[in-house]
Design a protein around this ligand. Structure first.
Ligand SMILES: [Zn+2]
Length: 143
């Protein structure tokens, strides 16, 4: 299943960036040309992350419409249907400029979970962490 291997890559990228922190949301840009079935991808992702720090994370998929640049006349076209053809001259020799993306663009992390975890495992580190973070947040909010 195509979606399963994509879900595996997404999960491994997210896990690497989260570095043990709990993940609430993973935002992914998926090009239309990848022909991903969103429900199948979400399902595969949920299966894969069960029992990991990514469990319960919401997968947000942003579809990117395909676009291409014509090698014949040089114009850029949004490619809405197959066959992919230049909108200006009808040429089929196109360089695909969008629609093949598969990018993890953002992660929403549960920082609170991280604090609790640190407190459990290392009291000293957790202490300094706790003092620093709320100050930075309130200063930002006051502006
Ligand atoms: Zn053209």
């Amino acid at each position: 299943m195509h979606e399963l291997s994509i879900a595996e890559s997404i999960a491994s990228i997210a896990a690497r960036h989260a570095d043990g922190r709990r993940v609430r949301r993973v935002e992914v840009q998926v090009g239309h040309l990848r022909q991903v079935v969103p429900s199948a991808l979400t399902f595969a992702f949920e299966l894969l992350v069960a029992g990991t720090a990514l469990e319960g994370a919401e997968l947000t998929l942003e579809a990117v419409p395909p676009a291409g640049r014509c090698r014949g006349c040089g114009s850029e076209t949004q490619l809405e249907r197959f066959p992919l053809a230049c909108g200006a001259c009808g040429g089929l020799d196109l360089e695909i400029t969008a629609g093949e993306e598969l990018l993890v663009t953002a992660l929403e992390l549960d920082e609170h979970f991280d604090h609790e975890r640190r407190e459990d495992t290392c009291q000293t580190t957790a202490d300094s962490w706790w003092r620093g973070v709320p100050t930075a947040v309130s200063r930002r909010a006051a502006r």
